[in-house]
Design a protein around this ligand. Structure first.
Ligand SMILES: C[S@@+](CC[C@H](N)C(=O)[O-])C[C@H]1O[C@@H](n2cnc3c(N)ncnc32)[C@H](O)[C@@H]1O
Length: 217
């Protein structure tokens, strides 16, 4: 289990926290549907337009090098949304086999053409895959959207379907200010801790993969 930031090349954006906070109570319920409003509605209720812009290419490269992935390997992205990261994995590792799972029918219907055949609807806490079917199981900014008990199952499921590597990234905060910003900003997370809380949960569940945090600045 390593604490390593494999999204260190991912661009950091300034978040309009105040604007979101004012709209938040009304928008939270809508956001949690993970439908069109969350992905492609306005910024107060989610992404404000979740469009491919190539920002995952460097992340896919970083992971490919870090885990030594080649065309013989199989990768699962839990919470794959429109499949941007999987698409980029196919660019940086031609021949690699990819699969994705997401709870959002909207996101999967709008998945990129080359990955659409490989994405399925479902929930992170009940993965419809056999034990040890993937060489790398990734989940980025997804499992904190489940209540604690289901979040635990999601972590166990990542372990079950992986035969080698796992990487999970979750919402967290290092300072009181970051925690306050996170709580003002976030719409969908149900389970979140400071890093120590996450580390304790990972240990308790014998999670043997890698992990890192998404921090709201
Ligand atoms: C913040 S987005 C992250 C998407 C993508 N991994 C990324 O980093 O751009 C959260 C994603 O989790 C998905 N999601 C929420 N609850 C889920 C669940 N129980 N099982 C699987 N996916 C879920 C949402 O539909 C959404 O695509």
């Amino acid at each position: 289990m390593r604490e390593v930031n494999l999204l260190d090349s991912y661009p950091r954006t300034k978040r309009p926290i105040r604007e979101r906070e004012q709209a938040k109570l009304l928008q939270r319920e809508t956001a949690r549907q993970f439908g069109r409003e969350y992905f492609d509605g306005d910024r107060t209720q989610g992404y404000g337009g979740y469009r491919y812009d190539g920002r995952w290419i460097s992340v896919a490269k970083r992971m490919q090098e870090f885990y030594g992935l080649g065309s013989e390997h199989r990768i699962l992205d839990v919470g794959c949304a429109k499949g941007f990261l999987l698409h980029d994995f196919l660019q940086v590792t031609p021949g690699v086999r990819v699969a994705g799972l997401d709870i959002s029918a909207y996101a999967l219907e709008h998945a990129m053409d080359d990955v659409r055949p490989f994405v399925v609807i479902g929930s992170a806490d009940r993965l419809p895959f056999a034990d040890r079917s993937f060489d790398l199981v990734i989940s980025i900014n997804t499992i904190h959207n489940l209540e604690l008990d289901r979040c635990r199952h999601a972590i166990l499921e990542m372990g079950r379907v992986s035969r080698a590597h796992k990487y999970v990234q979750v919402d967290s905060f290092l300072t009181d200010e970051q925690k306050e910003n996170f709580e003002r900003w976030q719409l969908t997370a149900l389970t979140y801790f400071a890093p120590d809380g996450w580390r304790r949960l990972f240990r308790e569940l014998d999670y043997a993969g890698d992990y890192y945090w998404t921090i709201t600045e």
